[in-house]
Ligand binder design. Structure first.
Ligand SMILES: Cc1cc2nc3c(=O)[nH]c(=O)nc-3n(C[C@H](O)[C@H](O)[C@H](O)COP(=O)(O)OP(=O)(O)OC[C@H]3O[C@@H](n4cnc5c(N)ncnc54)[C@H](O)[C@@H]3O)c2cc1C
Ligand SMILES: NC(=O)c1ccc[n+]([C@@H]2O[C@H](COP(=O)([O-])OP(=O)(O)OC[C@H]3O[C@@H](n4cnc5c(N)ncnc54)[C@H](O)[C@@H]3O)[C@@H](O)[C@H]2O)c1
Length: 475
């Protein structure tokens, strides 16, 4: 049996980071990957989805500045060049070829075995490869970084719907696309496919972007609707049929009796853990579940098993998974060496920010950039809260940025401690405003000190000053 200090199962962005981290500190590591090194993010999620969105976004941004000579597309064929958009997308996935990432792994000294990994004993991992089964032994830790898959509701399974994988790797844009789900994937793909010329209908069980401040879903819905997307909220799909067989139109029946026909249907109804056939009974758990971890990313009740990234269900985002990977990699090294474990709040080995300081950008148009708690969640958690809103369009830098700029900003203030619990920006190109908010929330920067962080004039960031003025210097 071959032995390494650390065995990582899953070479997505998170697994790669854990392995790199422990090797950089002098331990040995092997990573096991069943599909492509780079994982979902590189080939079927973050990168291709943002590439599909970018051309339409850039074109609309230019069309909203008088004098650029670019106008909002009207009529068939007037939108972005679909073939070029798809070609650009494909370049960002390297044509679904992972040799570049494999080279990077080799360069940082991480060993790779291709195959399906599962636990098979105390620190033992069995790998099913094309040539049979290998058994590997870890001296220190086994780290599960197997990510997540699309969840497909039973009502839709029979019609073999698209998931985010098909939506991001598309080669031919359907004429009519129905999207079930109004979360991040649903709204981003509605934005992208509308730009690519599809007639898009969204069927949303609850509210659009339900986890965000309510005005985020409202502004995104208004914009999608204005651009011709048919957004139907408060409806549940109860059955789906494709009477003519595969590749023929799909008919979706909703709980209120309405029927929607489309050439393709994308299911964007959340994720499920990729823990099937993982041998979790070895540590007293059941396959198919999310893996509950402590703040050092160690599986609850286990000594040598860690779960990092989507699979632990703390924050299903690449950047947050990589943040966890840094903490996990470092704590594995500390435990291996017997050096001090720093697992208190905000210390090196604890993923403290997962609890209430997670930043996210939804790349719709307008963009939604948020960090920390929404007002509703902050109140539910028992904080004394004051909500401060400001019209982003009234900021000089925003008005210069785009003609008719529309958007809104909110800060959620903990009035007992006079610090920010959450910040949300909704508007064109607000993504790059987010990190300042993340620093303020994570740093628990007192409001009084924020008055000394002067935003440059005339930038959209001046909204910070407007929010403070609205809050008032005496609070
Ligand atoms: C459409 C879409 C767009 C997204 N856009 C963004 C975005 O813009 N920004 C953002 O931050 N996040 C985004 N996300 C979320 C992001 O993709 C995930 O949070 C991220 O990929 C999680 O990384 P991971 O390494 O935990 O898992 P994954 O990327 O899923 O990687 C897990 C790897 O493990 C492998 N694996 C699984 N089981 C086994 C096994 N038993 N043996 C061996 N290998 C195995 C898989 O093949 C895979 O390569 C998006 C998600 C979707 C679906
Ligand atoms: N820009 C980004 O950061 C980005 C982009 C895409 C995805 N992601 C990540 O990927 C994850 C998955 O995204 P998602 O949009 O699939 O999930 P989501 O949780 O954001 O949204 C799921 C949507 O599906 C609906 N839904 C759930 N079950 C349903 C059912 N049975 N029938 C009908 N509707 C149902 C929900 O009401 C919701 O509208 C997210 O957690 C997100 O963090 C991030």
């Amino acid at each position: 049996m071959q032995t390494w200090d650390v065995i990582v199962i899953g070479a997505g962005p998170v697994g790669e980071n854990v392995a790199e981290r422990v090797v950089a500190s002098g331990l040995s590591a092997v990573i096991i990957e069943a599909e492509l090194v780079g994982g979902e993010c590189s080939y079927w999620a973050c990168m291709p989805s943002k590439a599909l969105l970018r051309s339409g976004h850039a074109r609309r941004a230019a069309a909203h500045v008088r004098g650029t000579g670019v106008h909002e597309p009207t009529g068939p064929g007037a939108g972005p060049d679909v073939a070029e958009v798809l070609a650009r997308r494909t370049s960002f996935t390297s044509g679904w070829d992972d040799s570049g990432q494999v080279e990077w792994l080799q360069g940082v000294g991480v060993d790779l075995i291709r195959g399906h990994g599962r636990l098979a004993g105390d620190r033992v991992v069995e790998v099913s490869t094309a040539n049979g089964t290998d058994r590997l032994q870890a001296r220190c830790a086994v780290v599960v970084c197997t990510g997540s898959d699309a969840h497909v509701p039973d009502a839709l399974a029979a019609v073999s719907p698209w998931t985010s994988r098909e939506a991001t790797s598309v080669e031919e844009v359907p004429g009519r696309l129905a999207i079930v789900g109004g979360g991040v994937v649903g709204t981003e793909m509605a934005t992208a496919y509308r730009d690519l010329g599809a007639d898009v209908t969204m069927l949303v069980r609850g509210q659009v972007l339900a986890g965000q401040e309510p005005f985020a879903g409202e502004l995104v819905t208004a914009s999608l609707t204005e651009r011709g997307v048919d957004v139907r909220a408060g409806v549940t799909v109860v059955s789906a049929t494709r009477d003519g067989g595969p590749s023929t139109p799909v008919r979706l029946t909703c709980d209120d009796g309405q029927v929607v026909e489309a050439d393709e249907v994308l299911v964007a109804t959340g994720r499920r853990p990729r823990t099937d056939d993982l041998g979790l009974s070895i540590v007293g758990l059941t396959d198919g579940q999310w893996l509950d971890v402590d703040d050092t990313l160690r599986v609850q009740g286990a000594q040598w098993l860690y779960a990092v990234g989507d699979v632990n269900h703390r924050a299903l985002l690449t950047h947050q998974g990589k943040y966890q990977a840094r903490a996990a990699g470092d704590v594995i090294v500390a435990r291996a060496r017997g050096t001090e474990v720093l697992a208190g709040q905000w210390q090196r080995h604890a993923a403290t920010a997962d609890h209430r300081s997670v930043p996210q950008v939804v790349f719709t148009d307008p963009e939604v950039a948020s960090v920390g708690l929404t007002a509703a969640v902050a109140r539910e958690a028992g904080h004394a809260v004051r909500v401060v809103d400001y019209d982003l369009g009234a900021v000089a830098g925003a008005a210069l940025h785009a003609d008719g700029y529309g958007g809104r900003a909110r800060m959620v203030v903990d009035t007992d401690r006079q610090v920010l619990l959450g910040v949300t920006f909704v508007g064109p190109d607000v993504a790059e405003l987010l990190h300042a908010a993340t620093v303020a929330v994570v740093g628990e920067v007192p409001i009084e000190r924020l008055w000394h962080a002067v935003p440059a004039y005339p930038t959209i960031s001046e909204v910070w000053l407007r929010l403070l003025e609205t809050f008032g210097r005496e609070g």
